[in-house]
Design a binder for this molecule. Structure first.
Ligand SMILES: NC(=O)c1ccc[n+]([C@@H]2O[C@H](COP(=O)([O-])OP(=O)(O)OC[C@H]3O[C@@H](n4cnc5c(N)ncnc54)[C@H](O)[C@@H]3O)[C@@H](O)[C@H]2O)c1
Length: 250
């Protein structure tokens, strides 16, 4: 499939996991990918994997917590590639803590990366997406749709992404822009593999948000992202689409 010939995508979190898999997937379908992340070594590896598959992607270090860096990276993407068709808010962090152990720093960092960053990426990219009937896709989480113990700040930010997606969808309902979110359950990525459990947690109350099926692969989420970003999903707007192996079905 070459669904993205002559299209341009701006993707955050592209140095690892879902962001990397999405960059590689879109590039393999002919997309000009502008990949950003705070992790430059990881971005180099993504670019090298794309090159191994015969595709060139553009990379740039960008911290999603900096509005200036977001604006400057989006402007550079548009100047380099002549426009923008797809924007992906993929970068994110997750931390598990008992409520009493959450510090102001934890709260501010989680909100800055998982919620403030995506908002300002949306603000910076939407004017360009509007020129090309573009698509904005936010990576939310099952944690934005259900209450999970020991991850109150994470759930708060992902719930915020869910309703930010809907609010943006309504603000631009009279345009051809599409805004959607993917709500994955567990995905086999460094974030998932390195997730540190807090001491003394009650595993029984976690069963509902661990689920029963194995985690998704990053490639499966990237394939879903590519479908949603493509013209095949032309009628999907304002949706929160679960990809969680039935985790939120109960
Ligand atoms: N892995 C899971 O189980 C899972 C489940 C549901 C949702 N998600 C969501 O999927 C998205 C991707 O996560 P992943 O699993 O691929 O994790 P990951 O850790 O593999 O990748 C996250 C990327 O975000 C980047 N990042 C972190 N802080 C940043 C910053 N300040 N500026 C720019 N980039 C920054 C990291 O460098 C990393 O490359 C996240 O939004 C996460 O919340 C993950």
């Amino acid at each position: 499939m070459q669904r993205f010939t002559d299209k341009v995508a701006f993707l955050t979190g592209a140095a690892s996991g879902v962001g990397r898999a999405t960059a590689l997937r879109l590039a393999s379908e002919g997309c000009a990918v502008y990949a950003v992340d705070i992790n430059e070594a990881g971005l180099d590896e993504t670019a090298s994997l794309a090159a191994d598959a015969g595709n060139a992607i553009t990379t740039r270090r960008m911290d999603v917590t900096s509005i200036d860096e977001i604006r400057s990276a989006v402007a550079d993407c548009v100047a380099t590639h002549g426009g923008l068709d797809v924007a992906g808010n993929i970068a994110g962090i997750a931390v598990q803590r008992h409520l009493s152990d959450v510090t102001e720093h934890d709260w501010d960092l989680m909100n800055a990366i998982n919620l403030k960053g995506p908002f300002f990426v949306a603000q910076a990219t939407i004017p360009h997406l509007l020129e090309r009937k573009g698509a904005l896709i936010n990576i939310a989480s099952n944690a934005g749709l259900m209450g999970q113990a020991y991850t109150v700040p994470y759930c708060t930010t992902k719930g915020g992404i869910v309703n930010m997606t809907r609010a943006l969808a309504m603000e631009f309902i009279r345009t051809e822009l599409r805004v959607n979110a993917i709500a994955p359950g567990g995905i086999d990525t460094p974030l998932h593999r390195n997730f540190e459990l807090a001491d003394g947690i009650d595993f029984e109350i976690m069963q509902n948000h661990v689920g029963y099926r194995p985690p998704s692969s990053a490639d499966q989420i990237a394939a879903f992202f590519a479908f949603l970003a493509s013209d095949e999903a032309a009628n999907i707007h304002g949706s929160i689409l679960s990809a969680d192996g039935g985790l939120t079905a109960a």
